[in-house]
Design a protein around this ligand. Structure first.
Ligand code: FES
Length: 483
């Protein structure tokens, strides 16, 4: 049986930083430098962090990428800190909040300096890129190549977004990094960014975006403004939840969270996993779990067919994992954390069929049931939105150059509509090219044509159908707004 901390892996090597100590509700624990607080707690066997304010239900993490509110804790006296993206530091005091979390009464200064000490400065740049994932880094490749001063920022303490946990090899053509693992694409992108024109700010969260293209940014207890001539929003996506009985128990994790634990921090999420969703993410993460020595009890899928590539499905079937279509989860069991799951067959209206329930002994329920674009800041800036299910829900209306209804604000990657990482990188490049071109930088039209034709190619065929349809609907919306 695998230990929680992986020491061997067929693809990855985990180099852990020095051991450091911290406390959780007064109890001394150890973690490693380079881990987040949530990763260190998980490694120490702590999966329940606090109780919900109203119903006192147990709470742990869910997304592990800073996109939900499941992991809010009090850290060194500061309430409501997302510990899944907070780097662990020596001597940290991590406490479960009481109720909704209180500011310290005896230290009013903290009230006025949280979330950050306001610094009376507004930085200026030609292009600001929000998000250092595949789309954001690709955008920076183009903006800096065309000579635009660029600031890229990301709320994590490392670059690469979701690429840093993708151990599978990419499909497509050479230009789309075919046969290269996601984890190996990050240095390739970084190499292409002209660092004389780029500044990458990590642990920097954009908390406000205004129509004059000023951003409010919090970085390590400092709050400041950033005014850009062009903004590219490449903020990615958040994991979808699924409603079932006790779906809020610790141990119900998003697929991205499971990948983060395993592939970034080298920690197994649990011993026996039920995977919900047989799209590409569900299938790939199932295989990665098997590679980490974790038992995948079964994969269930509510649709009557497997949504992901059959090559991925074949790999996990060969490893003995059954895939049941027309199945859903109806309940998670356990008091403080997941101890089991109940699954059932569904009818053609997606309703559970009576007397088909089965109980499974699992300690993790992994949800791979889709993503939603993270585009709230765009709406705050006044960008018009529309609802396109094929693109994952509410998205900012944008034209073929990925410019939104607010001139000079662009959107790329999953934030513009959910697709694969390959399309996110191409969209990032397109947005970067168009943003720099509109600044008067010399554009290379062949490159734009080449990107557009690669995007078209990726959206061709049965697996590109959904995105193709979604982008077609987007074109109609854009016309309505005169774009
Ligand atoms: S924000 Fe930390 S688990 Fe989602």
């Amino acid at each position: 049986m695998a230990e929680i901390r992986l020491t061997e892996h067929p693809i990855l090597q985990f180099k852990r930083g020095r051991k450091i100590s911290f406390t959780f509700n007064g109890k001394k624990l150890d973690g490693h430098e380079g881990e987040t607080v949530a990763a260190a707690l998980h490694a120490a066997g702590v999966t329940t962090y606090r109780r919900s304010p109203q119903l006192h239900r147990p709470r742990g993490f869910f997304c592990a990428i800073g996109k939900c509110s499941s992991c809010l804790m009090t850290v060194d006296g500061v309430p409501n800190v997302r510990i899944c993206i907070t780097p662990l530091r020596e001597g940290m005091k991590v406490c479960s909040p009481k109720g909704k979390g209180q500011l310290p009464e005896d230290d009013p200064a903290t009230i006025w300096t949280w979330p950050g000490q306001y610094v009376d400065k507004i930085l200026e740049t030609e292009v600001a890129i929000i998000g250092a994932g595949p789309a954001g880094l690709s955008a920076a490749v183009e903006t800096t190549r065309m000579g635009a001063e660029t600031v890229v920022f990301d709320e994590n303490d490392g670059i690469g977004g979701q690429l840093i946990k993708q151990t599978h090899m990419f499909f497509g053509s050479k230009e789309q990094h075919a046969k290269v693992r996601g984890i190996d694409i990050v240095p390739l992108l970084l190499e292409q960014i002209d660092d004389s024109r780029a500044q990458i700010m990590l642990e920097a969260t954009a908390i406000g975006l205004y129509a004059d293209k000023t951003l409010g940014v919090v970085r390590r207890q400092e709050l400041f403004g950033l005014r850009a001539q062009k903004i590219i929003m490449a903020s990615g996506a958040s994991e979808n939840m699924l409603a079932f009985e006790h779906c809020d128990l610790p141990g119900v994790y998003g697929a991205g969270a499971v990948q983060t634990l395993m592939n970034v921090y080298g920690l197994i999420p649990g011993r026996r996993v039920l995977m919900v969703g047989a799209g590409n993410i569900g299938l790939i993460v199932s295989y990665q779990l098997l590679q980490a020595g974790v038992e995948v009890v079964e994969v269930i899928e509510a649709a009557p067919y497997i949504g992901g590539y059959h090559v991925h499905a074949a790999k996990i079937r060969r490893a003995g994992v059954p895939i049941h279509t027309c199945h859903t989860i109806t309940k998670a069991s356990g008091q403080e954390k997941v101890e089991g799951a109940v699954v059932a067959q569904v009818d053609s209206h997606w309703q559970p069929i009576p007397n088909t329930q089965r109980e499974l002994a699992v300690d993790v329920i992994c949800l791979a049931v889709g993503l939603s674009p993270t585009a709230e800041l765009l709406f705050q800036a006044g960008c018009q939105s529309c609802y396109i299910p094929e693109l994952g829900g509410h998205v900012a209306v944008h034209d073929e150059n990925l410019e939104t209804t607010v001139k000079g604000i662009y959107v790329a990657g999953d934030a513009s509509g959910i697709e694969e990482a390959s399309t996110a990188m191409l969209e990032g490049r397109l947005a970067g090219l168009c943003a720099a071109e509109s600044l008067g930088k010399k554009a290379i039209s062949e490159r734009k044509e080449e990107i557009l034709s690669q995007l078209k190619e990726l959206r061709t065929g049965p697996f590109g159908e959904k995105a193709r349809k979604g982008k077609e609907m987007m074109r109609q919306e854009a016309c309505r707004y005169g774009l």
